[in-house]
Design a protein around this ligand. Structure first.
Ligand SMILES: [Zn+2]
Length: 316
């Protein structure tokens, strides 16, 4: 879309060949700015949004439209969203803001009401593979597997490459299949989640505390603390759901392999050997156990307990 609005051919779509389209594609277009979450907490902080606001106030260099693509826009904290709102309320000249998100409801209603909703479909697996290989140093087989598991979502694919989640899930599945103690595994896994939560809390604090100057009122400080805590809760919750998703894809692969008798349709192709060697088991039941874990987590049942129950079901 960033290409289409500035394409020299003016057909309403991107031609992918004119200078403007090529500059956007290579990230060198002076009027197209892409903003993405930074650092460990993966949030978009206030400084970044202030940068957008300043840049938006300038005139476009060489094209009709100045375009801002804000990836994972829901990762703006409340304060960042409020800063951004100022620009949306009085949009400068010909500026287009594309707020890309899987979670539109995480955006303030005041922001949503100023936006128009556009739905973008999933990318083709080949496209995700190409993008992954351009952005990360990955063997083709891994890129293909990650693209398959991510189901056309580029942000999920990058997260799978950059985090250890997938390795952790595959390792747990292996140990459960080799009769490791589910209770001990759940304890270990919960410790990992707890450590990650502390990491997120420290990162969120470091990235949002800059606003809380020493002379802020006690109420302001309290509000900031609550906001930080809510953000940490939300971020670690999403990571836990990512884990469940990965468990689901793993046992889905076992199920598909058992049903089809071959590995053509499995997602985790880079671990096809493991899937082929898996003992015949009731993979459908395991997938239902993962779904049940999701329901329990939505009811805020203690995480360690949820994963203990889940690992017991997966060990059977
Ligand atoms: Zn063009």
């Amino acid at each position: 879309m960033a290409k289409a609005v500035n394409c020299a051919k003016g057909t309403g779509d991107a031609c992918d060949t004119c200078l403007s389209c090529r500059k956007v594609a290579s990230g060198n277009h002076p009027d197209v700015k892409i903003v993405a979450p930074v650092k460990k907490s993966r949030i978009i902080n206030v400084e970044t949004i202030e940068g957008v606001n300043e840049f938006a106030a300038l005139r476009a260099y060489e094209s009709k439209w100045r375009v801002f693509v804000i990836l994972d826009a829901d990762r703006m904290g409340l304060e960042a969203q409020n800063h951004f709102l100022k620009t949306l309320e009085e949009p400068p000249g010909a500026s287009l803001f594309l707020l890309v998100t899987e979670y539109p409801r995480r955006l303030l209603p005041t922001i949503r009401s100023r936006c128009q909703m556009l739905r973008f479909g999933a990318l083709r697996p080949e496209t995700v593979v190409d993008l992954l290989q351009a952005q990360r140093d990955l063997p083709l087989e891994v890129a293909r597997s990650v693209a398959a598991v991510a189901q056309g979502q580029m942000s999920r694919a990058l997260d799978l490459v950059d985090s250890e989640k997938r390795d952790i899930v595959i390792e747990i599945a292996r140990r459960l299949s080799e009769n490791d103690d589910p209770m001990a595994l759940a304890e270990e896994f919960s410790k990992g989640l707890e450590a990650r939560r502390e990491q997120l809390a420290a990162a969120v604090k470091a990235e949002t505390d800059t606003e809380a100057s020493e002379d802020a009122s006690r109420d302001d400080k309290k509000r900031l603390k609550e906001e930080q805590l809510a953000l940490v809760d939300e971020l670690s919750r999403r990571e836990i759901l990512d884990y469940l998703y990965l468990f689901e894809t793993w046992y889905r692969d076992e199920l598909v392999f058992q049903a089809a008798g071959n590995d053509h349709q499995i997602l985790n192709q880079d671990h096809a050997a493991r899937i082929r060697q898996a003992k015949p088991s009731d993979a459908g039941k395991k997938i239902r156990a993962v779904e049940q874990a999701r329901v329990y987590l939505e009811r805020f049942i203690n995480e360690e307990r949820v994963f203990r129950d889940l690992f017991f079901s997966l060990a059977e």
